[in-house]
Design a protein around this ligand. Structure first.
Ligand code: ATP
Ligand code: MG
Length: 773
């Protein structure tokens, strides 16, 4: 294999196969690249791919790494490249019975978990105001991360009144989860560890299987993940971890920075490799990042350097409010796009999800295609969750969360009283709601209408379960939609909202169909073939495992999709996401809005030094995502969560070395003006231009139209104008992104259009080519 495109330290790491290896290096120094090459190199050297496990932080990173390895070596079958969750899920799917679960258990996502905790709290009459659901969940989650079940948890916190309340919920939660045959995401890791600890033979099997283990983003592993990895690699000691202590940004979720700092203690014979050359960012960006992160104490000193030119300076602008901030970023995006940058080269990385709304509004107004990687995902929509709940019930009828979601959806005349009667019966006998409904005496006690409807409902689940082997997934899906009455109810509703839901359900059907097709002869087929081989190997070793149904395989796929997976690379769109989810990624052009105290760094970090350092690392992560150009912006006043506040500039701006920045902070300007800043002076030139032009954007950019040499501008770019005139309400029109629709109103500045694809949108006149069709 040709390693000549790697530097000598990277090559050294690639060729180090046996014995523990630590690659500790700064952002963009090629850690992930090195790890990928190392896997390919090992396979080329004759290591069986099935002996290799690589753990990544997101599914997307796993997919990319797998593709890359496959492009480097011909034979990769059997290697595990996946996230911690996926890896544990895989092991548990084979052997959850060891821990008392039944095969085909369900994985609950955040929404499911929330609804279960809510329900338990209601039953226990615990006030949600005193004990917010999110608080209770986070305490339980933390306890699990420390391997405390409810009993251990209360033993460690006895005498604490609040802990006692949480304990009651936690205990019930455990029972309910077992009864529902379900695990949440924390359980996946916890049970992964428990599985390996419970059965020495299983542990020996996996230790033997995975001779070579690698972990990317090791700085963000928590205690349990650490334990899992160490259990598996203890005897082989061929563990390679890769990370950057400056990029540990998940301490709030239990990540322990010491895992990486203490690696040399865990494995005294370790070989440590440092990578110091950054290949990602231009000089100014890298220097700016360094000037921020050096304010953290107790970090391992690293000297990152680059051969790249200085490049464009970082642009800083403070705008009057969050709307103008979004508008400004939108105008820059348009300008860069016209200069030849595809939209997909640009990313807006914000601190809080709630910040995305302003961008979505302004971007759709300007006709900028964008993609939000968070928020309400397709799979989080009500109708999708509903039909998924039906599918889950067919796979695992004991899943009470799914049951409660759809028992009266569509309306079956099951009143609150009837339902609580059934629930009381079920919990009395410690059985699931489904099992309760299967009992004749329960059925007999129901009111007539509900009884009949539920009888049909139960019959449907039984029929579909009986037919599982004969039905295609698409048929199963159709059956569910029709027999449950779900589709019928939406059709009968005949509202715009219901129509939208029907569309989504149909869209989801294509997801099902696609999966099924790929099961036959696509990626999924190869994947399933691998899984089959794995089951055979397990059986050979004396652990026979069941064959999962295609339905189970499908549900698993969907469950494991995290936000980041929604990124469709083929579409040319600006990416909007949180700074946290941007870890490990890179973009030519990055915008970081909300450079204000209280947003970034967040409020909580002012109380605690550790928190502040974590925010600073997040700032470092954000800056180092950019390859060519970075924008930092803020707003003078900001409306967030329904409140408008004056803001102060982020303290991180004070820490940044100003020689790399174009654009003054308030402080600098005040210093220049002898301590007093005129009101208008605070806002910079943009304020006036932006305001006075309103939607007519004559603004030419942060550098006043000067050539942006390092970004490849030859000369000032002028915006192409679209006339959008001569359109009348009622006209059929076409938008380059949203497709066809009907013009509802032309207000002179704004066109209101009802699109077939996305519903009603307001579009700024002159920005986008709206054609009459
Ligand atoms: P992060 O800390 O953000 O996860 P990283 O250390 O994992 O970053 P990579 O993502 O592997 O860094 O690499 C950053 C960029 O540098 C990528 O575009 C990669 O292709 C490039 N790169 C890595 N090594 C080299 C090299 N030796 N020569 C040229 N380009 C390289
Ligand atoms: Mg990386």
């Amino acid at each position: 294999m040709d390693l000549s495109n790697l530097n000598s330290e990277q090559q050294k790491a690639v060729k180090h196969i046996d014995g523990p290896l630590l690659i500790l290096a700064g952002a963009g120094s090629g850690k992930t690249t090195t790890m990928t090459h190392r896997i390919a190199y090992m396979i080329e050297q004759g290591v069986n791919p099935a002996q290799i496990m690589a753990v990544t932080f997101t599914n997307k990173a796993a997919g990319e790494m797998r593709d890359r390895v496959e492009s480097l070596v011909p034979r990769t079958r059997g290697m595990w490249i996946m996230t911690f969750h996926a890896m544990c899920l895989r092991m548990l799917r084979y052997q959850c019975e060891v821990l008392g679960y039944k095969t085909g258990f369900t994985v609950y996502d955040e929404t499911d978990r929330k609804s279960l905790v809510k329900r338990i709290m209601k039953a226990l009459e615990i006030n949600e105001k005193t004990y917010p659901v999110s608080y209770v969940i986070s305490v339980i989650s933390n306890a699990k991360e420390r391997e405390q079940n409810s009993e251990k948890y209360i033993a460690e916190n006895s005498g604490d009144f609040r802990a006692n309340t949480v304990y009651q919920v936690y205990r019930e939660y455990e029972k309910e989860m077992m009864r529902n045959n379900a695990m949440d995401f924390d359980d996946l890791i916890l049970n992964g560890v428990r599985l390996l600890e419970a059965d020495p033979e299983i542990l020996a099997y996996y230790r033997n299987r995975f001779q070579y283990i690698m972990v990317d983003e090791y700085q963000d592993t928590n205690y349990l993940q650490y334990k899992l990895i160490h259990l598996l690699s203890k005897t082989n000691r061929n563990l390679c971890v890769v990370g950057d202590d400056d990029q540990c940004i998940y301490q709030w979720r239990g990540a322990d920075i010491r895992n990486i700092l203490d690696f040399e203690k865990d494995f005294p014979e370790v070989t440590t490799i440092k990578l110091e050359q950054n290949y990602r960012s231009d000089g100014n960006i890298l220097n700016l990042a360094n000037s921020v992160i050096c304010n953290n104490k107790g970090r391992k000193e690293k000297a990152l350097w680059t051969e790249k030119k200085d490049g464009a300076k970082i642009t800083y602008r403070r705008l009057p409010d969050e709307k103008q901030e979004a508008w400004y970023i939108g105008s820059e995006i348009d300008r860069l796009h016209e200069a030849g940058y595809p939209y997909s080269d640009m990313a807006v990385l914000y601190r809080k999800n709630a910040q995305s709304r302003a961008f979505e509004e302004k971007f759709s107004f300007r006709g900028i295609p964008y993609r939000v990687l968070a928020g309400l995902r397709f799979y989080d929509r009500k109708e999708i969750k509903d039909v998924m709940a039906y599918m889950h019930l067919v796979e695992n009828p004991d899943d009470d969360v799914a049951m409660l979601r759809v028992i009266n959806e569509p309306k079956r005349g099951v009143g609150a009283k009837t339902l609580s009667g059934i629930q009381a019966y079920a919990s009395g006998y410690r059985i699931s709601i489904y099992r309760a409904l299967c009992e004749a005496q329960v059925m007999a006690s129901l009111p007539k209408k509900a009884g009949k409807a539920l009888q049909e409902f139960v019959q449907m689940i039984q029929d579909l379960r009986g037919e599982l082997d004969n039905l295609t997934l698409v048929d199963l899906y159709d059956n569910i939609l029709n027999r449950s009455g779900y589709l019928g109810a939406l059709e009968a509703a005949d509202t715009v909202e219901a129509d939208g839901r029907i569309e989504n359900i149909m869209e989801f059907k294509s997801v099902v169909a696609e999966f099924e097709k790929s099961l036959e002869n696509g990626d999924e087929a190869a994947h399933q073939e691998e899984l089959r081989e794995e089951r055979e190997a397990l059986a050979k070793a004396g652990f026979p495992v069941d064959e999962p149904t295609p339905l189970a395989a499908f549900l698993e796929r969907i469950t494991l999709m995290s936000d980041i997976d929604n990124r469709d690379e083929s579409e040319d769109a600006v990416v909007l996401m949180t700074l946290h989810s941007a870890k490990g990624l890179e973009f030519p052009i990055v915008f970081i809005p909300g450079m204000e105290n209280g947003i970034f760094p967040g409020t909580a970090s002012f109380d605690e030094e550790g928190r502040l350092e974590e925010e600073r690392r997040l700032c470092y992560v954000g800056i180092t995502r950019a390859k060519k150009k970075l924008y930092l912006t803020g707003a003078e006043t900001r409306m967030l969560y329904g409140r408008t506040d004056y803001t102060s500039e982020s303290m991180f701006l004070d820490e940044m070395d100003k020689q790399y920045i174009d654009g003054e902070t308030v402080k600098e300007r005040q210093a220049k003006q002898g301590g007093i800043a005129g009101d208008g002076g605070l806002f910079g030139d943009y304020f006036y231009k932006g305001r006075s032009h309103g939607t007519e954007d004559g603004y030419s950019g942060p550098d006043g139209g000067k050539p942006f040499d390092s970004l490849g501008y030859a000369k000032k770019q002028t915006r192409k104008k679209f006339s959008n005139e001569g359109l009348e309400a009622g006209d059929k029109v076409r938008h380059p992104k949203f497709g066809e629709g009907m013009l509802i109103e032309d207000s002179g500045k704004i066109l209101t259009i009802a699109f077939d694809s996305v519903g009603i949108k307001k579009i700024g006149k002159g920005f986008v080519n709206i054609e009459k069709v």
